[in-house]
Design a protein around this ligand. Structure first.
Ligand code: PLP
Length: 364
């Protein structure tokens, strides 16, 4: 045994802030009606699936992917309507892009600011990259607290601000004028995270032309490609050229490039699925609102946040009835007794509502 290495343990070697983290938990879901992760429940038409199968059979998986993903980027540009002078950077999911952004600006003491409750990866990635995280509380109804946010920006001088638009896990779209004030007041970059753009009534993509410190991030995960892992960051080439240096050269594989390019040529199919999901969201909202004791929050995303007494027991009751949603109770204090359900098919929605009513009745 070498004496130099005999004393090394995970606790002695790993950074303390990493030891303090809890790994992102993904519960087993086999056999459940899966309404926990904002996935699109619909499959692609059989003809398209057959076409993809043939393309995959012919794909050169012995070769590295096109490191610049030129074809895929062209398809993304064509479905996204970017203002002129703007381009995209691709990520292995948009989670990876959050990490690239943080790595790029993580000078000693640099601050990453977001609002709370919001997407947990902002805070986690701040810890990964040694940034100081600042979370500004939203108001009681989950709107931006504009004055508190502007005060925090002035005090903390964040290098990076993340705003999820619509917000996860609350589902609402922040006031666009308030977001613009935040962009104008920020000394660093503001990233508007549009993971749920396909279900929302507004976007900041057109604003890219007006603000030098604005970037817009999107993912295809919620639109039906969660398994492919593909997200992108849109912004001026001046920013993207720097960020490209931190992107690992082959971060988007041959198969995701190929399949996503194909799917984006059939963007209309995906948007039609998103339209069905939005209709089902309306149905689900009425179903939830009709249940005594349930308070559902308005959503522009493909999920609905709701509050119900004894939320953890209700969550377990749903699981016993074969329905898996997300339990947010016990996380952020503003989410006490909150659960989040993904909008699935009408059949899944009906099963969920029945199971929820039964779970509530059982506890009454
Ligand atoms: C789901 C989600 C993401 C990450 O999606 P990827 O699957 O990593 O592309 C990013 N931001 C928000 C707000 C999300 O809800």
């Amino acid at each position: 045994m070498s004496s130099a290495s005999s004393a090394v343990t995970p606790t002695s070697l790993i950074r303390t802030e990493i030891q303090a983290l809890h790994a992102y938990h993904v519960p087993p879901s086999t056999g459940f009606i899966k309404l926990d992760a904002m996935e699109n429940p619909y499959l692609l038409p059989q003809t398209l699936r057959d076409e993809i199968a043939r393309m995959v059979a012919d794909a050169a998986i012995n070769r590295y992917p096109d490191a610049g993903a030129h074809e895929l980027k062209a398809h993304i540009r064509s479905v996204t309507n970017l203002p002129s002078g703007m381009d995209v950077l691709l990520g292995n999911g948009s989670d990876e892009i959050i990490q690239v952004l943080a790595m790029a600006v993580a000078k000693p003491g640099a601050v990453l600011l977001s609002v709370e409750p919001s997407f947990v990866m902002y805070k986690m990635i701040a810890a990964f990259t040694g940034m100081r995280y600042v979370g500004v509380p939203l108001t009681q109804d989950f709107s931006l607290d504009l004055q508190a946010t502007l005060d925090a920006i002035k005090r903390e001088q964040p290098a990076l601000v993340f705003l999820a638009y619509p917000n996860n896990p609350t589902g609402n779209l922040f006031d666009a004028e308030a977001v613009k004030r935040i962009i104008e007041a920020s000394p660093g970059l503001v990233v508007v995270d549009e993971a749920y753009y396909a279900f929302a009534s507004d976007s900041f993509i057109p604003q890219l032309a007006h603000y030098d410190n604005l970037l817009v991030m999107r993912t295809f995960s919620k639109l039906g490609m969660a398994g492919l892992r593909l997200g992108f960051l849109a912004g001026s080439t001046a920013w993207l050229a720097q960020l490209e240096k931190l992107r690992l050269p082959y971060n988007v594989g041959v198969l995701p490039q190929l399949v996503a390019s194909k799917l984006l040529q059939h963007h209309d199919i995906l948007l039609a699925q998103a339209a069905s999901i939005k209709q089902e969201r309306t149905r689900l909202m009425s179903g939830l609102s009709a249940i005594t004791g349930v308070k559902a929050y308005p959503s522009e995303a493909n999920f609905i946040l709701f509050r119900v007494a004894k939320a953890t027991q209700i969550f377990e009751g749903l699981k016993q009835r074969g329905v898996l949603i997300k339990n947010l109770n016990g996380g952020h204090p503003a989410l006490t007794d909150c659960l989040r359900v993904t909008v699935g098919t009408p059949e899944e929605g009906a099963r969920f509502i029945t199971a929820l009513q039964d779970s509530i009745n059982q506890l009454a």
